[in-house]
Write a protein that binds this ligand. Structure first.
Ligand code: PLP
Length: 483
């Protein structure tokens, strides 16, 4: 009993002694000031982080994890402290390396912009602009004027308007054409896009009433005909972005629906979803372009700016002038308007489409979608040699695989690629590597197949390979050693 007591008090004495060796706030801040990457941090943030680091040291002393003064020397603490401050002070929203091979990955920011678009954004942000100023008259102008002509030229439409995203576009088109009225849509096109965008729900919120016709797999022209009443506000077609109905199917083509609309004097609206301006594959799996949809006579067409188009987030609406004018004057439009950065990026991206021959090389999304299997095999070889040379402990190989366009485009179309596959050393779990890679700077997102960590070069630039090799090293250092 006595012995136990005295040994406890001895430990207590040792501990309080250790507490006294904790470095002071000032000495820590002083030591950190020599690190340029940390010196830029807001002072209060730095203090707060140091406080919590010192708190964790106290915790370690109490638990016995720290037992000697040596461990509390500033020099010994510094590497851990710097890593801690770096990790805790990173911006929350940050860059990642996309090794998934999903080109339009909604969770990873969809399309990345062409350099031309990025510099237009930088210019628009750094300076005043003619956003809503007419330089010919010196009076107030319209923010839509900057892209309307370009959109009309590229799509063949009479007029155009841009809102925040395609979900907003669908909402405002329906709300303008069919507020309090019926909108007829095929049961095969009652799409859910994800992120709670469902056509029936959007329809309800827009103030239009949904009238479903046909069956899931088959809808005929007479299904629409028979559903038309004096209260019909629009006929709607929705692109089946993320699924295909195959087998015994029948869809009413845009041309047919336009004929029905014309006969009854009812506008036809098509939500194209991805809305491509170029053909990729030809044949059955290709999707109709915006131009083709406009040419088919569809009165209003909407699509996203950041899916296959490869621009900024936006909802682009093109079509007949009378309808576009009505949509522009809908008060909701003010709540959905795009900002100057989007406008700058969109105009610059659309301008690249003026040259059909170079656009696929210049717009990153198009370039990644059109990368050939041979090119990807070569790039996978380069990446895998780089990784294998740098980390001999890993077993690195390449194997044929599939990439996807994503973003609700070409749902059935898998694109052939070559994957770089990394097997973790004996005893280390591939899942530990995957997790460690989510914590590197920048994080690397890939996928696990056959118990190997797989990286698809399709969604990485050549100039990211070196960085990828570095973060792999960072992850390996951070992984718990096999036992
Ligand atoms: C993606 C998509 C939308 C939503 O577009 P956002 O730009 O993400 O708002 C709407 N309809 C269809 C058919 C889509 O594929």
């Amino acid at each position: 009993m006595m012995e136990a007591l005295s040994s406890t008090s001895q430990t207590g004495k040792l501990m309080s002694n250790l507490f006294r060796h904790l470095p002071s706030m000032d000495s820590v801040l002083d030591a950190l000031s020599g690190h340029s990457s940390l010196a830029e941090l807001p002072r209060p943030m730095l203090r707060e982080l140091v406080t919590s680091f010192l708190d964790s040291l106290r915790q370690d002393i109490r638990s016995g994890a720290i037992q000697s003064e040596d461990e509390l020397q500033l020099k010994a603490l510094l590497p851990g402290l710097i890593a801690f401050v770096r990790a805790q002070s990173r911006p929350h929203f940050r860059r990642v390396l996309n090794g998934t091979g999903v080109v339009i990955h909604t969770n990873l920011g969809r399309s990345i912009l062409a350099p031309e678009a990025m510099s237009a954004v930088a210019d628009a942000c750094a300076n005043y602009s003619n956003l809503e100023f007419d330089l010919e008259t010196g009076e107030r102008g319209s923010r839509y004027s900057h892209v309307e002509q370009l959109l009309c030229k590229l799509t063949g439409a009479e007029a155009a308007l841009v809102v925040n995203n395609n979900a907003a576009a669908v909402m405002i088109v329906l709300g303008t054409l069919a507020q309090g009225r019926e909108v007829i849509v095929s049961r095969g096109q009652l799409v859910e896009i994800g992120g709670s965008f469902r056509i029936p729900d959007v329809m309800e919120k827009s103030g239009a009433r949904l009238v479903e016709v046909g069956a899931t797999n088959r809808t005929h022209p007479q299904d629409y005909e028979q559903a038309i009443t004096e209260n019909t506000g629009a006929l709607l077609r929705v692109h089946c972005s993320n699924f295909r109905i195959i087998g015994f199917t029948k869809e009413v083509h845009a041309e047919e629906l336009v004929q029905i609309g014309r006969r009854h004097n009812i506008p036809v609206f098509e939500d194209l979803g991805s809305g491509s301006l170029s053909h990729f594959y030809g044949g059955e799996l290709d999707e109709p372009t915006v131009q083709e949809t406009v040419a088919a006579g569809v009165d209003v067409v909407s699509f996203s700016g950041d899916k296959v188009l490869g621009g900024p987030q936006a909802g682009i609406i093109v079509g007949r002038r009378e309808y576009i004018e009505r949509i522009k004057h809908n008060p909701l439009n003010r709540a959905m308007r795009i900002d100057k950065m989007t406008l700058a990026a969109l105009e610059a991206t659309l301008r690249l489409y003026l040259d059909e021959n170079s656009v696929k090389a210049k717009v990153p999304t198009l370039r990644m979608i059109s990368a050939t299997a041979e090119e990807l095999e070569q790039r996978a070889d380069v990446l895998s040699s780089l990784v294998a040379e740098r980390y001999p402990q890993l077993s690195v190989s390449t194997a044929p695989g599939q990439s996807r366009v994503g973003g609700g485009s070409f749902p059935e179309r898998n694109l052939p690629t070559t994957l770089v596959r990394i097997a973790t050393p004996q005893g280390q779990h591939v899942d530990a590597l995957r997790t460690a890679l989510l914590n590197t700077t920048p994080p690397l997102v890939g996928r696990i197949e056959d118990n190997k960590f797989c990286i698809d070069p399709r969604t990485l630039r050549d100039d990211e390979f070196e960085l990828l090799a570095e973060v792999l090293g960072e992850a390996l250092d951070a992984m718990p050693l096999s036992s």
